[in-house]
Design a protein around this ligand. Structure first.
Ligand SMILES: [Zn+2]
Length: 442
């Protein structure tokens, strides 16, 4: 009795139920941007379906199949446009034109993000609607109605909780953050915040400690991930570094010491992009024996071939090419007669040329073992006025500190965050994380 299903109130009570109904039908094959075949997963089941609705849905599946209803999940490819997707799905381009004429749709569909998911509802090759997540908290929903397409943006706000957590490093920063119940993202952020002061590849040692005040994001009570780190502390070899995130009146955000000095400096300590290395690799592992590494004029960073190498400071590329035992090497001239050198590279970043000006942090090449190298590593030298210096120890000039009203603003905003930082606990060993306030400001 298929038609009776249509009047089942438990199932058709809401638009949401209708949406769920779409999601259970069959399997649809479609080719996507690389000509690969994507089997759309059509078993996207609703989260809170009552038993009655579930029963109704099972029965409805047969109805839908006979009506030719289907949900098609499309993952947006690198050069995809809505038109290309419509062509692939053999949907009406007239419908597309109609949709584009709707200002809210035009605005929201201008740019698709590669890798994102768009869910189409199709009936007998006719577009009945689609859904696209605009942001973690907003979903665009388009539905075909009798008079045309109806659009709405469904808002499902994120819940922010601000927590203060601390941990001690035993084997690696990642292990320490995990042991404190934190995402890898927080570990990467800590390394990012202190990259001008601490060499997270070589200098982190057992007994080093960290504290963070960070946002914990969830939606409908379900944990989504770590948000922004609002304040952080890292004790490296007994020396304490602290940072507070702050937005200047100009809108620029950055991290400052409690005294209002920017953490940014002319050089980062470790010129390796460990944030792009598999998080479980040993780059964050504690290195017990450092002395042998410093035996020659430079610092060696053991890392897998292909690990991105970054310019440690802004400057002008003075050499790109091969040079004796260095193999593939890059040299950069910086201000104040500082020169840096990056050896044994497997290859250079595309288009890098001698004479080119580059910014700090720009990827210039990739770790390799060219020249006289016994294993894959980056050989890094830091030379001042022709003399080799230890890049991890050299004192770097600081940027001007905040002053006047900007400093007063900063102190006011920083105080509660620093207090919260001081109250950090390890949720795995203490009673629980400190929840000091809800609703982050970022
Ligand atoms: Zn070396």
């Amino acid at each position: 009795m298929p038609l009776e299903m249509r009047s089942n109130p438990a199932f058709f009570a809401s638009r949401r139920a209708v949406w769920l109904q779409w999601a259970v039908v069959g399997i649809f094959a479609l080719s996507w941007w690389r000509g690969e075949t994507l089997l759309a997963d059509l078993t996207r089941q609703g989260e809170n379906i009552a038993d009655a609705a579930l029963t109704a849905r099972k029965a409805a599946t047969a109805v839908q199949a006979s009506l030719g209803l289907a949900t098609v999940e499309v993952i947006v490819g690198a050069n995809d446009t809505l038109e290309r997707i419509f062509r692939r799905l053999q949907l009406s381009l007239t419908d597309l034109a109609t949709l584009r004429a709707l200002p809210e749709v035009r605005k929201q569909l201008d740019r698709l993000r590669p890798g994102e998911l768009i869910t189409f509802n199709v009936q007998n090759m006719k577009l009945m609607g689609f859904e696209r997540k605009l942001s973690p908290s907003e979903t665009l929903q388009v539905t075909r109605e009798a008079k045309g397409f109806d659009t709405q943006v469904i808002v499902n706000p994120l819940e922010r909780e601000v927590l203060a957590v601390e941990g001690v490093i035993d084997t690696s920063l990642f292990n320490a953050t995990a042991a404190a119940g934190l995402d890898d993202r927080v570990a990467l952020r800590i390394a990012d915040i202190f990259q001008w002061d601490i060499d997270f590849v070589l200098e982190v040692q057992p007994g080093d400690r960290f504290r963070v005040v960070y946002e914990r994001l969830s939606q409908d009570g379900e944990y989504l991930g770590a948000g922004e780190v609002l304040a952080a502390e890292f004790i490296n070899g007994g020396k304490t570094y602290r940072a507070v995130r702050h937005r200047l009146a100009s809108g620029i955000e950055g991290y400052y010491t409690p005294e209002g000095k920017s953490l940014r400096k002319a050089f980062i300590r470790a010129p390796l992009d460990f944030t792009r290395v598999s998080s479980r690799f040993n780059l964050f592992r504690v290195h017990p024996v450092l002395n042998s590494i410093r035996a020659h004029r430079g610092v060696d960073y053991a890392a897998p071939i292909g690990t991105p190498v970054k310019a440690s400071g802004a400057g002008r590329v003075s050499f790109v090419g091969q040079k004796g035992g260095y193999g593939n090497v890059i040299e950069i001239e910086h201000a104040n007669r500082v020169r840096t050198l990056y050896g044994h590279l497997s290859r250079f970043a595309g288009g890098l040329r001698a004479g080119e000006r580059i910014e700090q942090g720009r990827v210039i090449g990739y770790v390799g073992m060219t020249g006289l190298a016994t294993g894959p590593h980056l050989h890094y030298e830091y030379i001042v006025n022709g003399t080799h210096r230890d890049p991890q120890k050299v004192v770097l000039p600081e940027q001007p500190a905040l002053s006047g009203a900007a400093l007063a603003d900063f102190r006011l905003a920083a105080r509660p965050l620093l207090t919260q930082l001081d109250s950090a606990t390890n949720p795995k060993t203490a009673a629980g994380p400190t929840v000091a306030r809800s609703g982050g400001r970022l």
